[in-house]
Design a protein around this ligand. Structure first.
Ligand SMILES: Nc1ncnc2c1ncn2[C@@H]1O[C@H](COP(=O)(O)OP(=O)(O)OP(=O)(O)O)[C@@H](O)[C@H]1O
Ligand SMILES: [Mg+2]
Length: 407
């Protein structure tokens, strides 16, 4: 528990928007949101930075808004990472414990995680998360924190995330040039898991899906830990583009129509519902049946969930998802998405909104803020575990006593 009030900041660099959240970690452990900033993301493409200066400008604007609201000046922040330049792999590490009369220490845990991280990756990739799924001491598996236990052999199964070195450098550069130090890079779906999943879901098995603007990510959690993740370059932007082409309207109008009248399931729309659309070609307003909008969006939504389904089917994880699916990110706000997901996955599906924080909850209680809220919860757990100062140390993990090792 934090001895003094501490501030935790999360910066989510998304394809459509940059959001900044400032939270105060009370001595009681409560995390109170005191500042929120949001700006349209300029210079982003499918979760990656395409123009450093433009992204820097967007970050500065969101930072300014959050600082003005809270009266707090940001020094450092946890920053989301979530583009298609990410890769993930599961690995296993094992070490021998020298003396069976002495307990396993944090140094042993660090060594076994390092051993699990010794994998061959291409030169342009860098490991940025090594997340333990479980530890095994001699033949006892399912251990969340082996420190203090006795044994001769320590093993671990981990989920490793790698990112292209240049992408991480670009994110680090824009944040640094905005006058902020990076406290840690955090995989966006890992951040989401802190804000929208319940401990029961992560224990029983759940698929967390973030439908963003340029990307959609899926992560599977089981026994309290992440065991699979994948990102595909399809998001809300594609839904908007489909509408733009199908209705012959500009993308700005298509985006408005999607948010106002969009539906991913045509059977949910009445035949008599009509929508006013401004057409790019005829430069006038025309009235079209709302079912036409749904008929354009439905195949894209089905394609998206089919791709996600095939990904977890190929990873043999369909049966792991006992608690069903949790959808988050702005794309999950489209009516009908849960129904389409349930149809394709044949699993119960719910929308995940941020929880577990206080203050300004009326402003952040939407799936659009799952990632930045998750970032501050993640950061707060790191501070509470007292390991934040150790740049190469351990960070406490959400749902159990598992530790996370940072390269
Ligand atoms: N009410 C709504 N109905 C349908 N779509 C919506 C709604 N509100 C937001 N969206 C869509 O959500 C998307 C933005 O979501 P989000 O803010 O999670 O993305 P991002 O974090 O910027 O992008 P990414 O995670 O892909 O980098 C946009 O495509 C937007 O059109
Ligand atoms: Mg996002």
């Amino acid at each position: 528990m934090a001895k003094h009030d501490a501030h935790v900041v999360g910066i989510d660099i998304g394809t459509s928007k940059i959001s900044v959240i400032i939270a105060k970690l009370q001595p009681s452990g409560e995390l109170e949101i005191i500042g929120i900033g949001k700006s349209d993301a300029r210079g982003m493409r499918r979760g990656s930075i395409s123009n450093l200066k433009e992204v820097e400008g967007s970050i500065k604007s969101a930072v300014h808004e959050a600082e003005s609201m809270s009266g707090f000046s940001i020094q450092s922040a946890f920053v989301s990472v979530g583009g298609c330049y990410l890769n993930s792999i599961n690995s296993r590490g094992v070490i021998a414990i020298e003396s069976k009369d002495k307990p396993i220490t944090h140094a042993h845990v660090q060594r076994v995680l390092q051993s699990a991280s010794t994998i061959t990756i291409s030169g342009d990739q860098k490991i940025f998360h090594t997340i333990p799924q479980e530890f095994i001491v001699d033949d006892q598996d399912g251990i969340s924190d082996p420190a203090g236990m006795f044994g001769q052999r320590l093993e671990t199964n981990v989920h490793i995330l790698t990112a292209s070195v240049t992408s991480l450098q670009n994110i680090g550069t824009v944040v640094h040039n905005s006058g902020i130090e990076v406290a840690g890079f955090v995989f966006n779906l890992l951040a989401d898991s802190y804000s929208v999943l319940t401990p029961e879901e992560t224990e029983l098995g759940v698929a967390l899906i973030n439908i963003g603007h340029g990307t959609t990510g899926i992560a599977i959690f089981e026994k309290g830990a992440i065991c699979h993740s994948h990102i595909i370059p399809i998001g809300g932007e594609h839904f908007t583009n489909d509408l733009s082409v199908g209705l012959k309207t500009g993308t700005l109008d298509a985006e408005i129509i999607k948010k106002k009248y969009g539906c991913a399931l045509s059977s949910m729309v009445g035949d008599d519902e009509m929508v006013e659309v401004s057409t790019a070609s005829q430069k006038k307003m025309v009235v079209v049946p709302r079912i036409r909008v749904a008929e354009i969006l439905e195949p894209r939504c089905e394609e998206l969930f089919q791709l996600l389904y095939e990904n977890i089917r190929d990873a043999k994880l369909v049966k792991t998802v006992n608690s069903g699916l949790v959808l988050t990110g702005g794309g999950s706000l489209l009516p009908g998405v849960t129904e389409v997901a349930e149809k394709i996955f044949d699993h119960h599906t719910r929308i995940g909104e941020p929880m577990g924080v206080s203050g300004l909850t009326n402003l952040i209680g939407t799936p659009i803020f799952s990632t930045p809220v998750g970032l501050v919860i993640y950061g707060a757990r790191s501070i509470e575990s007292g390991r934040l100062s150790a740049k190469k140390g351990f960070f406490s993990k959400t749902f159990g006593k598992l530790f996370e090792y940072f390269e």
